[in-house]
Each structure stands twice: as C-alpha cells, then as structure tokens.
Design a protein around this ligand. Sequence first.
Ligand code: LLP
Length: 430
Amino acid sequence: AKNLNTNELGHLTIGGIDSLQLAEQYGTPLYVMDEDLLRENCRAFKGSIDKYYGGRGLVTYASKAFCCKAVCKIAAQEGLGLDVVSAGELYTALQAGFPMQRVFFHGNNKTPVELRQALENGVGYIVVDNLDELRLLGTMAQAAGKVQDILFRIKPGIDAHTHDFIRTGQIDSKFGLALENGEAEEAVREALAMPGVRLVGLHCHIGSQIFDIAPFELAAQVMLDFIAKIGSELGAEIEILDLGGGFGIQYTSADHPSSYDEYMRRVSSVIAARCAQLGIDTPFVVIEPGRSIAGPAGITLYTVGSVKHIEGVRTYVSVDGGMTDNPRYALYQASYDVLAAGKAAQPRTETVTVAGKCCESGDLIQENTQIQPVQPGDVLAVLATGAYNYSMASNYNRIPRPAVVFVKDGQSRVAVRRESLEDLLQNDLD
Ligand code: LLP
C-alpha cells in the first residue's frame, strides 16, 4: 500500500511513523488509521463524482465500515454525506456534529425509537426498506407535523457476487422492495398518498467487495427504467438515484479491483445514455462507499506470544488479539497480508497460521500465510484492516476492544481509547 513504507531500521512505517514505536507507545493489539489516506480516499471519490456528474452527485460514507466520532468529523470536513443504519451510528454522527441534512438512514428494520430519533434530529433522508416501515414512518411523521424526505430501497435483481454476475429474480433478500411482484410499485403508490413523507429517491446496493463495473452499470439501468415507469404511470418525481457502495479493495496482491474513477466514468455515461433514451432528467446520484474509504487506511498491530511448530502439520503463530478485533477470517475466510513489522525489509520465508487468543479453534487471522521468521515478542502487522474490523469487534471472552490511533503528519493521537477492564464491567450489576 502506498502509505506504508520501510524505514532505515527495516521497520514498517505508516503515515511516516515507525509501527514498532506505535506498538510500544500505545500497546497491542492496536488499530492504526492513516488519516491522510482516509482523507485522500474521500477526496478521490468526491473529485470523480464531481467530475462525471457535474456537481450533481454526493459521496456518502457508509459508516458501518468504521464508525467513531473522529471519522465522522473527517467525513463532514471532506464534504461527504453519511450512511447510518442504527441509533448508535446516528448518535455518533450527532455527537460528532455531522450535518444531519447529509445523513441517509438505512436498514431493514429500523425501530420506532430509531425512526423517532431520525425525525427529531432532522435526518435528511430515510431509506425506507418495506411497506410496514413506510406506514409506521408516515404515521409518525404526520403526527409530528413533519414531511420526511424518503428513498425506497429496491431489489434490482443483480447478484454481483457470482463470477459472471447474473440478473435474476432476487426476491429472496431481507433488504428492500422487489420489482418483479409489484411490491415496489405498491410502495410508491402508497407513499405518494401520504402527507408525512415525500418520496425523493430510489436506492439499491448490490453487494460488497465487487471488482467489476458491469454489475453497477446494469443496476443503474434497472433503477432508471423503474424511475421512468413510476414517473409516467404514477407521476412520481424521483430526483435522487442512490447506487449504494460495494467497491472492492486490494487486501492482497491477488485482488485486482477496478479503479473508482473508471467506475464513475462508465456508470455516469450509462446513466446519461439511459436517461436520454427514456426521456427523463438525469437524477442526482449518490454513492455509498465504506470499505474503499476506510479499509486501505488501517492496519492492526499485534504482539506474538507463542510460535508452535507442529511437525509435519503447520506452525501456529499466536497473537494477543484475534476474532474479537478482526472476525473476518472466521466469518468469511477473508484474505489479509500479514508481516513482521520489525522485519519488513526481510524476505518472507515462513508459511504460518496466525491465530488469535480466543477459546475457539476457528479464531484465526490468516491460514498458511507467508511471513518473515518470527519469535515471541515480535510485532505483526495485518494490512488493510480499516473497514469492518473495529466496527465488527466484540468482547468475546471478555477481551477489551483495542484502541484506535490516527496518524497524520508524523504525529499520532488516540481516536478511540482502549477499553479497560472497568469498561467491560460498567453495566454489570451485583
Ligand atoms: N450501502 C449499503 C446500503 C450497504 O449495505 C453497505 C454495506 C454499504 C453501503 C457499504 O458497502 P462497502 O462500500 O463497504 O462495500 N461485513 C462485511 C461487509 C458488509 C457490507 C454490508 N453493507 C465484510 O466485512 O466484508
């Protein structure tokens, strides 16, 4: 990764700081985020959406990837919108002073309490998932004397995860309204008759860690066709097309994601062509990258506690964290690049399995990965852990969550304090 280097001591550096020094100063396990790269990723997306949509586009950071006050502040400063999916993410945004009119509230089962919180705080857009939610929100907004701007989450019927992605009936998803059985149309009809809501847009999200551009192009076309249809048949005026997130990142050298600028160029031209063909105005376009903004900016540092050679089987290198701070290998067999932070310049001659400290055999960070020879006390770095690591962390085995440190201009600061043992007990009663 471009923000990582090796210094004269042969140590891995991030944002110009020696990773061993960070491990020493803050302890391990430790999440380290490169603030410059985070900002650069925000600007790259914003720059290309501005370029290809002539200012009629918004990059909305999907905070589920990595949510804390510091990152919400950065997203706000960089002029991004924010995608939240829970009371907790919304509360974090509020406490960070994030402008509520640029917040999109997603989720397939927002509770009445969450909807009230959104209404009371003036959240810009609620992305309504289903008819029950529409009716509940409509009633609540009307009772509060408000007119809430909403989008509908649509199932465009595109599965971007198959090798040759396919357009199928994708009715079997817990998210969104189906097109093929008339459900989405029914929702539009109802919304247009409700005084408490104003239907301003449509949303879809076709998956995550997608490398190809073609499924996004197809999704955009399906959505535009539906916009044209409900425009002519129901008189719905759809101003916003939210195409979701899902842009893939490089975890290891085996990953080859498309460039985001190329994505924006191709999708914007498909949108322009389809709108012209359909005779509709080009909508304001929203995208919601999460992983691609936060992922590459983060690394995790661990300390090796033991190295167990099992003759003829494998070598386990056990570290002081694990599935509690990074559950992605246990959940998805996710690939990561792992290296010895203090020996970054040395060749990776060993094949090892990096294991966590949890009481569970599946608690692995990576299996059969190539690293430098290591011994107890060495610091390991796992790369590209900025997304869906801290945000998916747990307290399994009553293990406290690590701190998150931001580095910038050769300086480091704590953005999220390490949990203490007292923190773990704060809600326990005798
Ligand atoms: N918008 C919506 C509506 C989403 O559901 C998601 C992710 C995003 C945007 C952001 O997608 P991204 O750009 O980050 O791919 N825990 C999994 C990822 C789950 C993603 C869920 N939705 C993982 O660790 O790979």
